[in-house]
Write a protein that binds this ligand. Sequence first.
Ligand code: ARG
Length: 461
Amino acid sequence: MALWGGRFKEAAQDSVREFTQSISYDKRLYKYDIMGSKAHAAMLAEAGIIPESSAKAIAEELDRIEKRIEKGDFTFSAELEDIHMHIESELISKLGDDGARVHTARSRNDQVNLDIRLYLRDETMNIARKIRLLQKALVEKAEEHKTTIMPGFTHLQHAQPVLFAHHLLAYAEMFERDIGRLLDARKRLNVLTLGSGAIAGTTLPIRRESVQKRLGFPEISRNSMDAVASRDFTCEVLAALAIFAMNVSRLSEDMILWMSQEFSFVMLPDAFCTGSSLMPQKKNPDIAEISRGKTGRIYGSLMSILTICKGLPLTYNRDLQEDKEGLFDAIDTVNGILSVFPPMIAGLAANKEKMLEAASDPGLLATDLAERLVRKGVPFRTAHHRVGALVRFAGERNRKLNELTMEEMKSVIPEFDESMKDVFQSPVGAVEGRDIFGATGYRQVASQLEFWKKNLEKDPA
Ligand code: ARG
């Protein structure tokens, strides 16, 4: 009979046990369940609710259970439903009455809430630190390419020349905000909910501050009903992971496009690509493609938890057991992405000649001419119009902007003078000229790199 079997005449059918169990996936919370039970039992003894000797026996047995689970020497079965009941039954079977005291003033409702919070407190920090390593790979690659010029794109059309480093650092910025979101969610979930009981607290004189101190929580939940019903912290973590995955997916898309024969801007290392079973010549950017694809399942997990929670009356409902698989899957998926992405970026080779060639169309410098005219006092809209007319003039004659003569220039743009002749000669000047904070100019990108090198030394915590 199950631990809750007192009021039941019949045991559950196998299919029901199988359907209601969560042990197959919540066993991964064992470490946190044990940590919570140890703190809880120690507090119960300290408050005089259970004998000191029981708490000691419970702590020692919990250590043994933990080691056995780690060694794979612990049997899990659907009959015992979840990780909480597995560990409690084992305590009872090994310790008798001492073990039967551990669940005093506690419910699985507050217990599972505690376990997930402890788990996420670790995982959000681990992931934040791994995202740092991805940023590091991007910053190092940017350092390598602080003078490499490429075309910047809007609408996937050549827009203006930019530094490759500037493009790479855009991702470092995005990932910085991802770290911020994860750690912000972590602050809100770092709250002790144990002590809320099933819904309303307990009549026993437990000491929540003692458990708080033992488990290192900065705060204690103020409302037991909110505590056992809450999964918004899971929603927040999943939302942060979904946005991170979205950002990785955009980086993936850039890699995939740039490695295509049409672009040929980059080559990813062999060790991070795969071949085709049929076409011998193929080298495919599968890591980037799989990451882009995996983003979908993380969005799925976010949609799942939002949907699970939306119709639930307060407080705990068993629907909430469905919170875990999607969460674990998203955490595993993100950890997987973070195990391959940093070394892939580190091994990326850029084809500088190809990038420069693509950025060398003088058409990309049209804005620069308009801005030169502005310096001469021409209103921007007029300058824009004149340069537009020049682009058409050259196009109609099948010539490039840098192939027009001074006379031709002047015939379309009366304000054009000698000092503007060099504007279409090379994209270098266009990059150099963008020397304001946040822009792609050499000096600016160099100082951004300095910022990043300092920032990356800091632990996200
Ligand atoms: N396995 C359950 C879960 O993950 C634990 C809480 C069950 N509580 C209950 N009253 N049945 O949510």
